[in-house]
Design a binder for this molecule. Structure first.
Ligand SMILES: NC(=O)c1ccc[n+]([C@@H]2O[C@H](COP(=O)([O-])OP(=O)(O)OC[C@H]3O[C@@H](n4cnc5c(N)ncnc54)[C@H](OP(=O)(O)O)[C@@H]3O)[C@@H](O)[C@H]2O)c1
Length: 350
């Protein structure tokens, strides 16, 4: 473990220097790792582990585009690509990477496939932390562990392929074998994590649900729309409103923030932008505090997860979701966005 000073608070992280890929291979040498679900995380983690020399099989229902993708990725039906229950029975590590609602639906069957000493692995604390809603209560004689990449499954794969990695948090909820921690770290390294930082199932799910509802997506989408609508209300053209709200952010500023931080950004813009941004940042921060307070309360109370389970297990879930997404897609703002993107030089020359 390396001790790293995060802004004055010292935390422990594990990199592939402390826990090498070779060590991960040794720890997992006698294990069969079953990846249940070949949606977004499933492919990223399964392919990285396979490329890292771990024995991986996939459990995925057939008659599904996800099944076809697993075949295209080289998993062989009947050998390394199996029906969900069969794959769960064969694995000694069961990576439960169905959608969170799918995990609830399949749990009664998957539970029956666990052998004593198996490791049940999650990439999200949802199923375990909200067990009163999900019914996911593992037997006492298995390890229950977590490695949660902090990014999309697609990035898990693309970062691996370009030689970098993705940060993941890790946690042990139940240690039956006495090997739960080393299994978790080995899996975390094998799926392609650049470094791993410790968490608990509770902290992982509370921060993750807050983040995606907040700054990562919900809040971001909301403030972008508010600014776009404001500019349109005052007579600005769609192209101007979109450029000042989204295009400049994604094409320029956020890349600089990614490289250097917001502290640097404040010092490296025009003095006009700097004065205004420094004055307005606290105003926006204070305005959203009550919304964030409500968000965190609803996450920890289970209201958010109950809403997810109710909405995503409804029979007409897909139809309703598609209608909602279609409305956003057809809005002026995002149609303007498509036009703006098409004008980028790299897109114009295609
Ligand atoms: N998305 C991410 O990048 C990300 C990031 C970090 C953590 N996670 C966590 O990783 C886990 C997997 O998430 P994901 O986004 O990869 O899920 P996803 O893309 O929604 O994957 C869904 C998978 O579950 C299967 N599935 C869903 N309902 C099913 C059912 N009733 N019966 C059988 N199979 C069913 C799907 O099969 P079909 O395709 O046949 O429907 C597909 O293989 C979740 O715990 C999630 O919170 C995800």
């Amino acid at each position: 473990m390396a001790k790293i000073d995060f802004g004055g608070v010292v935390e422990e992280v594990i990199t592939s220097e402390e826990f090498s890929l070779q060590k991960a291979r040794d720890v997992l040498a006698d294990e069969t790792v079953t990846v249940l679900g070949y949606g977004v995380q499933g492919p990223g983690q399964a392919l990285n582990m396979r490329d890292n020399g771990i024995q991986v099989i996939v459990g995925q229902r057939d008659n599904s585009p996800s099944y076809d993708r697993a075949v295209a990725d080289g998993f062989v039906p009947g050998q390394t690509l199996l029906p969900i229950e069969e794959a769960a029975r064969r694995g000694t590590v069961i990576q439960y990477l169905l959608s969170d609602a799918g995990q609830v639906a399949l749990w009664p069957k998957v539970k029956e496939c666990l052998d004593p000493g198996d490791a049940l692995y999650f990439s999200h604390g949802f199923g375990i932390v909200y067990r009163e809603q999900t019914g996911i209560i593992p037997p006492d004689n298995v390890d229950v562990i977590l490695a949660a990449p902090k990014g999309s499954g697609r990035t898990v794969r693309t970062n691996f392929l370009d030689g970098s990695g993705i940060n993941s948090s890790f946690a042990v909820h139940q240690d039956y074998t006495g090997r739960a921690r080393e299994r978790t770290l080995a899996l975390g390294i094998a799926i392609g994590s650049g470094y791993l930082f410790p968490t608990t199932f509770e902290n992982e799910v509370h921060s993750d649900l807050t983040g995606e509802r907040g700054v990562l997506m919900g809040c971001l989408a909301g403030v972008m729309e508010a600014q776009y609508n404001l500019l349109r209300k005052h007579g600005h053209s769609p192209s101007e409103a979109f450029n000042e709200t989204v295009e400049e952010l994604t094409q320029s500023l956020i890349r600089l923030v990614a490289e250097n931080g917001m502290d640097w950004m404040f010092g490296n813009c025009s003095t006009t932008a700097q004065r205004g941004a420094l004055d307005w940042a606290p105003r926006f921060r204070d305005a959203v505090v009550p919304v964030f307070d409500e968000l965190y309360r609803k996450v920890t109370s289970g209201e958010e997860t109950q809403r997810v389970l109710d909405a995503n297990s409804a029979p007409d879930y897909r139809t309703k979701l598609n209608a909602e997404l279609e409305t956003i897609h057809n809005s002026e703002m995002w149609r303007a966005g498509a036009a703006v993107r098409s004008l980028r030089p790299e897109n114009r020359n295609k």
